[in-house]
Design a protein around this ligand. Structure first.
Ligand code: SF4
Ligand code: ZN
Length: 326
């Protein structure tokens, strides 16, 4: 798979201004010089905001993991004049969590932007490695659920009405494909770049980079001297979303524009953004929830039960070992 945008022959001209081109975008059938690429990139974000996005006066919380997508989303929103604050949830993954935090801190300091940091261990009672150690499976699905709920809750707790995330066109197209293949209609119908707030304690959600591909974001980072965390989360290999992403990448290589076509054709359909039921306070934590017990409390109970079972088994093993040795 091609990781970066194709290299330019020295005589190639920018499609927009006819200066020397530095990047080629096959899915747009265009080549750009650095200045015109930056213009193209910001225009893609403003176009998305005009179609469906927050008002310019809306203060935005930006979820920042320290990766290239979230730092780029923060950078563009700041460049476009939004009032922003970064929100970093430390998952407690040894080595990677510190590097991610440093990337966020470095970026925020370079632009003088405010940010808040929270820890999954403190908010949920277990870090991500501890959860994996107990559950052993589908860690990305569990992690995704926890991040979604905690980022919403923390945004509301800090008094921000809208949360921006770094999801890009590749994320959205591959997720859409996965949801269509699995016939997960509940998720399909909520896969829009802007979801209005469904409850006073749940912020609106916005994906400013949904019109931009990974390769374009990588190029933007390079041109803007943004330094995201290097490497990837050690649990990333288990995610099934990679298969859909690779399948789409293959189609994109054969037929440039496929990813864009899949996602944008879907987004043109009439929207149904409502939730099927009403929210009530979770009977354990009081956060707004559709079921009686919210998904976070349900998951916590499962992790606690499995941990208790594992501890009991270990105690029994120790007892029987000491019987045998006596
Ligand atoms: Fe969470 Fe999976 Fe992403 Fe790691 S790769 S941060 S486990 S969703
Ligand atoms: Zn709850």
């Amino acid at each position: 798979m091609q990781e970066n945008l194709p290299k330019m022959p020295p005589q190639a001209k920018c499609t927009r201004c006819r200066a020397r081109a530095s990047v080629s975008l096959p899915s747009h059938n265009s080549r750009f010089c650095t200045a015109c690429f930056l213009h193209f990139f910001r225009t893609a974000v403003t176009r998305g905001i005009k179609k469906a996005g927050p008002e310019k006066e809306t203060p935005l919380m930006v979820a920042v993991s320290g990766g290239k997508d979230s730092l780029t989303a923060w950078a563009v929103l700041d460049d476009l004049g939004f009032e922003t604050r970064g929100l970093h949830l430390n998952l407690g993954v040894e080595g990677y969590a510190d590097a991610s935090r440093q990337a966020v801190a470095g970026f925020a300091a370079s632009r003088g932007l405010p940010w808040s940091e929270y820890s999954l261990k403190q908010e949920f009672g277990f870090s991500l490695p501890e959860i994996y150690d107990i559950l052993h499976y589908k860690i990305c699905a569990v992690c995704g659920k926890l991040k979604r709920h905690f980022l919403n809750r923390l945004t509301a707790r800090e008094g921000y009405p809208c949360l921006a995330t770094g999801h890009n066109l590749d994320d959205e197209a591959s997720r859409l494909l996965g949801n269509l293949v699995g016939d997960r209609q509940e998720f399909v119908k909520r896969q829009y770049p802007f979801l209005p707030s469904p409850h006073p304690a749940i912020p609106a959600r916005f994906k400013p980079l949904y019109r931009l591909e990974i390769k374009e974001i990588r190029e933007y980072c390079r041109m803007q001297d943004i330094h995201p965390v290097q490497g990837s989360c050690p649990y990333a290999t288990g995610a099934t979303s990679h298969y859909f992403r690779e399948a789409l990448e293959y189609l994109e290589e054969k037929m440039p524009g496929t990813k864009r076509g899949l996602l944008f054709n879907y987004l043109r359909k009439p929207k149904e953004l409502g939730f099927s039921g009403g929210f009530t306070p979770c009977r354990i934590c009081g956060e707004p929830s559709l079921p009686e017990t919210c998904p976070v409390c349900g998951l916590k109970k499962r992790v606690q039960d499995m941990e208790a079972k594992r501890n009991a088994q270990n105690r029994n093993l120790k007892k029987s070992d000491s019987k045998h040795t006596n």
